[in-house]
Design a protein around this ligand. Structure first.
Ligand code: SN0
Length: 315
């Protein structure tokens, strides 16, 4: 594997899932692979799971890690091509990234969308600048449109907990006070469309995701109907893709409640975290034995380790 930015970078998804499960059994079996190698983790936005799990994953592989919160600790960066830099920005992204590539063998980058300009966000400018200028493999730590490390962990979690060969998996929109990216649901849908699951996405009208990621999913506007017979409920808020970045609804009747969970086939509850309790999901659900959010978060480590291992084996 060269870069890891979407499911498209994976040659065989089932083999990568096996790799994740192998590392979970033998975390330190490949400690030699990362000897004298450095992973740089560059954050333009907050992170808890991604930062800690990817750092731990690198340590398990014998790598050293440099972490930088670039907005707080770095120079203000210019990203426009041909810009006359007489304003606030002290350094161009292309220079900064090329320099990072001199110190790091693999670079992870987190860059959220502005949620103001759909074309710009969906062009993945920052991620592509890293790929273009770093000269080393790039791992997405959640880009403007996708969160593949999360989706790989989600897929592995579903693989571990499924009770039927082709489980019904429901991605449900849920309310939230803030406008959030579409990266997690886009990515979850993208991976699930390639997996052996029956994917149903439920959301209020106007919250349709980019069809590029939902081609193999059924869209059901009635949340209760969607929940019927589900084996997994994956809750997530996102802002509108059509009316780009807008909050069209804060309707609490979409909150995942214990009553709604009763409609499912004793479904497991999943969420990528961080989660707004009693807005996205009621305490009663997330604190119930059916909730696997912590197991899901735990799998972030093995997912990240499998991806780093694949990249290290290729360098
Ligand atoms: C991010 C998102 O893409 O939705 C990261 C999820 C892994 N979530 C948030 O930004 C939540 C912010 C909040 O205030 O709840």
């Amino acid at each position: 594997m060269k870069h890891f930015t979407s499911v498209k970078d994976v040659t065989k998804i089932s083999a990568l899932v096996e790799e994740v499960l192998l590392l979970k059994q033998q975390p330190y079996a490949f400690k030699h692979l990362g000897e004298n190698k450095v992973l740089g983790l560059i954050f333009m936005n907050p992170s808890l799971r991604t930062r800690l799990s990817t750092q731990r994953a690198a340590i398990n592989l014998g790598m050293n890690v440099i972490v930088m919160d670039i907005n707080k600790e770095g120079w203000k960066l210019e990203s426009r091509e041909g810009a006359v830099m007489d304003g606030e920005a002290a350094e161009h992204v292309k220079d900064a990234v090329a320099v990072m590539g001199q110190y790091c063998d693999i670079i992870g980058i987190r860059s959220f969308p502005s949620l103001e300009n759909k074309e710009e966000d969906y062009a993945e400018k920052v991620l592509n600048q890293f790929i273009q200028y770093a000269g080393v493999p790039i791992v997405s730590l959640e880009s403007t449109t996708l969160h593949p490390l999360q989706s790989l962990a989600d897929l592995v979690t579903i693989q571990e907990y499924k009770r039927t060969p082709k489980p019904k998996v429901v991605l449900t929109w849920a309310p939230h006070p803030k406008a959030l990216p579409q990266a997690v649901p886009n990515s979850f849908s993208e991976w699930m469309c390639h997996a052996d699951v029956d994917l149903v996405i439920t959301h209020p009208a106007g919250y349709e995701l980019d069809e590029k990621y939902t081609w193999n999913a059924k869209i059901e506007y009635d949340q209760k109907k969607a929940f019927e017979g589900a084996e997994f409920i994956y809750a997530k808020n996102w802002s509108s893709y059509k009316q780009y970045g807008k909050i069209l609804s804060k309707d609490r009747s979409w909150t995942v409640s214990a009553d709604k969970m009763k409609l499912t086939n004793q479904a497991y509850f999943m969420h990528c975290l961080p989660v707004r309790r009693n807005v996205v999901v009621d305490d009663e659900v997330i604190d119930s034995p059916q909730s696997i959010v912590i197991k899901q978060a735990a799998n972030r480590l093995w997912a990240a380790q499998a991806v780093l291992k694949k990249i290290l084996e290729n360098t």
